[in-house]
Design a protein around this ligand. Structure first.
Ligand code: FES
Ligand code: MG
Length: 590
């Protein structure tokens, strides 16, 4: 048996506590049910949790059930003992009214498990969108040695000789279907072809983004995020992650040493360079808040906006996860940023080395997919932060602004970057779907589509609905996108330059609540503003009519969530939960 840890470990308070022989007996006995021996649990070897996010209910992460075997091998070979347990499933595509509602629930659940059970460290298995932030949020609160094992993306999807990427192909097909170019069956088949194997979304959607961010933060082994789920390297990195988890306990290297402001700013820059999801904004804020790290909403503009787009991956680019991995993946993108002085290389990571050390020799091998910093896909590709009388905060993903969109809306001679249009306001997506094709609603190419009631309180949970499609008749004329604004989110796989995550949301009394169809809106990207051109007196009069209605809570958790959730600008965290930091510095009572 491997040598015990030189330190007294947290788990020994359960399994080897001379002051509480009775409790120790109780803690030990039932683990024998699956053949574990008292000698193992009392050996002073680190007990490593494997927070298992895979199940039949989370297909994107399901292969973690197999990968966990390699994690266990690694843990065992390094002298630790693995205890695997389920975390709350978070399946992005299927959970109604939105998986976002459950991110904080998964966070709460994992905090209780990591704090209340005899763990010395944990492997966080991640993949589908919110499985990554919820796990890191919990690890930050508890502050046990923790390491992220991503599940990796699916293999590249192909349909009739053309790459079809998760989610992105849905948005494209939706437009083709509206234009009458494809049938319902072709729509379905293209979507199915985009999912050829185990793994999470193969585009740079929220899943790939959040796992890249976990790596950029220093929470996973170098190169982990981009390895496709089905590649042999995935099993190999699972093994190495297990090994490293045990070493982290011996080194007492904790999330609080890694999740610093500098690490979060690195993550913001990486997000710009990969063309990452707008969902990174609330998730990064949530992780920072639970880590007790300083992060400001404007940091996206100040530190992220000027960073160029380097990764040629859908939805901002052309390729998918496999090709991105073979080109060098996240380390190759970070290598570019580091050489350009756009990354803090001194940040510590779970490898035990700094970012700069980890990136040595990681230059890209395919310049079609990962561009040099000086020859990017696009300059200034980060999120623009906007404010005005419609909201105090919203973001716009500039890397997906198409040339056509820029020409139509943002290139009026003498007024570049400024657009004025007429608002068409929808209260939630049911209203949108019911009315968007109503000919009486005279939406044209000078219109701005607005959706409200889609934020954390309104939905509840905040929904990915802001990337609203124009009416079919406009699409048939070649107008495939209109400017859109909303207090909800949009899928990370969407190619729409929406103004979204607006905070405060309509249901919290934000300016969107007082907007009416027919009002004029001015978007001024130079000034970072978005305003309704309505008199203050008129706005004040409208507030007398009260907030637009939102659906009642349908479950106990929805009600509890609404009573505690913060706005998207603040990460949609649980109000007050961020006062609990590093809670594993004290032991729970018996
Ligand atoms: Fe799970 Fe995209 S739906 S990763
Ligand atoms: Mg999503």
């Amino acid at each position: 048996m491997t040598d015990p840890s030189p330190r007294r470990l947290r788990s020994q308070d359960w399994f080897d506590n001379p002051d509480h022989a009775d409790m120790t007996a109780l803690y030990l006995e039932r683990f024998m049910n699956y053949g574990t021996t008292p000698e193992e649990l009392r050996s002073g070897r680190p007990i490593i949790g494997i927070a298992q996010s895979g199940s039949d209910l989370n297909p994107c992460n399901r292969h973690h059930l197999d990968l966990a075997k390699r994690v266990r091998d690694g843990i065992r070979d390094a002298g630790g003992i693995a205890i695997e347990f389920p975390s709350h499933p978070l399946f992005e595509n299927c959970k109604r009214p939105t998986a976002a509602l459950d991110r904080n629930l998964a966070y709460l659940g994992l905090v209780e498990l990591l704090y209340g059970y005899p763990f010395d460290g944990v492997v966080l298995t991640t993949g589908c969108d919110k499985t990554t932030p919820s796990a890191i949020m919990a690890a930050a609160t508890v502050d046990l040695p923790a390491i992220v094992l991503s599940g990796g993306p699916m293999l590249d999807g192909w349909h009739e000789g053309r790459l079809v990427g998760s989610g992105t192909v849905i948005w494209q097909s939706r437009r083709k279907f509206a234009a009458g170019e494809i049938t319902r069956d072709e729509f379905l088949q293209t979507a199915l072809d985009s999912a050829p194997s185990i793994g999470h979304c193969n585009t740079m959607g929220t899943a790939s983004t959040m796992n890249a961010i976990a790596e950029a933060l220093g929470m996973s082994l170098t190169g982990c995020a981009a390895i496709p789920a089905a590649y042999r390297e995935r099993g190999q990195i699972a093994y190495r992650t297990g090994l490293r988890a045990v070493e982290l306990v011996h080194e007492d290297l904790r999330p609080s040493q890694i999740l610093t402001r500098a690490a979060f700013l690195n993550a913001i820059r990486v997000n710009s360079a990969i063309g990452g999801s707008t969902n990174a904004q609330p998730h990064l804020m949530a992780m920072a808040r639970h880590a007790g790290a300083e992060l400001h909403p404007e940091d996206w503009q100040t530190h992220g906006y000027d960073v160029p787009l380097l990764a040629n991956v859908q939805p901002a680019g052309a390729y998918l996860g496999e090709r991105f991995h073979r080109a060098g993946g996240v380390p190759a993108v970070m290598w570019e940023l580091l050489q350009a002085g756009a990354l803090d290389g001194t940040c510590p990571t779970v490898t035990g080395k700094t970012i700069a050390d980890n990136l040595a020799g990681r230059e890209a091998t395919d310049r079609e997919v990962i561009r040099p910093y000086e020859k990017p896909m696009m300059q200034r590709a980060g999120f623009m932060v906007l404010r005005g009388n419609l909201f105090d905060f919203a973001i716009m993903k500039t890397s997906v602004i198409s040339d056509e969109f820029r020409a139509r809306y943002l290139s009026e001679p003498g007024r570049e970057g400024v657009f004025e249009g007429t608002a068409f306001v929808f209260d939630g997506s049911t209203d949108y779907h019911a009315r968007i094709n109503d000919p009486a609603l005279e939406i044209d190419e000078r219109s701005i589509l607005v959706i409200r009631g889609a934020g954390p309180l309104g939905w509840p949970g905040s929904a990915e609905v802001v990337n609203m499609q124009p009416p079919d008749r406009l699409i048939q004329r070649g107008i495939t996108s209109l400017p859109t604004i909303g207090d909800g989110r949009q899928s990370g796989t969407a190619d729409s330059p929406s103004i979204l995550n607006a905070s405060p949301e309509s249901a919290a009394g934000g300016g969107l609540a007082w907007l009416r169809t027919g009002d004029r809106i001015r978007i001024d990207l130079n000034a970072g503003r978005c305003d309704m051109l309505v008199d203050e007196d008129e706005i004040a009069a409208r507030t007398q009519e009260g907030l637009p209605p939102v659906p009642a809570s349908a479950t106990p958790w929805q009600e509890m969530y609404r009573a505690t959730v913060t706005q998207l600008v603040d990460g949609a965290t649980i109000e007050g939960a961020d006062k609990f930091v590093r809670i594993s510095s004290t032991l729970p009572r018996h």
